[in-house]
Write a protein that binds this ligand. Structure first.
Ligand code: IPD
Ligand code: CA
Ligand code: CA
Length: 257
């Protein structure tokens, strides 16, 4: 399954990268939510390979839809995470593929086609970038952190995120909104960002990334510090060492698990 996930993500990445500078066919599918012809083309490549190799498995993919999260062996696919960046030629986007068993990710692959970087995690075995083990950062002081965030689509979600940014920004090194939740979360796993939070996530944004973070020694909870699940929209991901300080800065802590 892992080999198939890597192959599918990299093949889709080639499709995406090949037409990156071409004119795109952009369709508005929701409020502040767009999709391009490349999303569909990449998704077809991924789903065809999964169906060919694992015809019995369930699939949930952003554009094609599909099965429920509690399905037995479920592939969760985001063919392009960061479509707004892609459509604007901002070269920050990725392909995200995970496999869930009993609702928990057992493998995750995030591929960045512009930098040709592939982040991989297997439950209980670790996390790697292009074959080299990765680890969340070891920064312990908020003042030295780079914290990632994204804005979400809905007005009320965006307003809440802005409020949290206002609370956190005075205490940390700086804040970055990359525009690809999955790639930013992979960067937390790789130790390139120290933390990340979002309140408007979907399962395909976070399924692969949450395993990468756990396997790389980081920590993922809800924004209140409670256990995170792939179906929850709000997530605080950190290197673990900064988790409590960030919950305090956010002013959201309900319980430290
Ligand atoms: C979006 C990106 C973005 C995040 C949005 C997601 P998409 O995914 O991850 O960074 O802020 O909430 O929907 O639509 O490009 O796959
Ligand atoms: Ca996405
Ligand atoms: Ca997408």
């Amino acid at each position: 399954m892992l080999q198939t996930a890597i192959e599918a993500a990299q093949r889709a990445g080639q499709v995406i990268a090949a037409r990156y500078l071409d004119p795109h066919h952009v369709t508005v599918k929701g409020y502040r939510d767009i999709v391009t012809e490349a999303d569909a083309a990449a998704e077809t490549v991924i789903l065809n390979l999964i169906r060919e190799r694992f015809p019995q498995h369930a699939i949930l993919s952003e554009e094609a839809g599909g099965d429920e999260l509690d399905a037995d062996c479920l592939w969760v696919v985001d063919p392009i995470d960061g479509t707004t960046n892609y459509a604007h030629r901002i070269p920050i986007f990725c392909v995200s593929i995970a496999v869930l068993q009993a609702g928990q990710p057992v493998l995750g692959v995030i591929h960045d086609p512009m930098r040709d970087q592939t982040f991989v995690a297997e439950r209980g075995r670790g996390a790697w970038r292009d074959g080299a083990p990765i680890h969340a950062s070891r920064v312990e002081t908020l003042a030295h952190t780079v914290v990632g965030v994204d804005w979400g689509h809905k007005d009320e979600v965006r307003a809440q995120i802005l409020d949290y940014v206002q609370r956190v920004a005075p205490h940390c090194g700086t804040v970055r909104a990359l525009g690809s939740a999955a790639l930013a979360l992979a960067y937390v796993a790789a130790g390139w960002l120290d933390a990340y939070f979002h309140l408007g996530l979907k399962p395909w944004d976070v399924a692969a990334a949450m395993l990468l973070i756990a396997e790389a020694g980081g920590r993922c909870t809800t924004i209140q510090g409670e256990p995170f699940h792939v179906n929850l929209p709000g997530c605080l991901a950190t290197n673990g060492l900064l988790h409590q300080d960030l919950l305090t800065a956010l002013g959201t802590a309900k319980a430290a698990d």
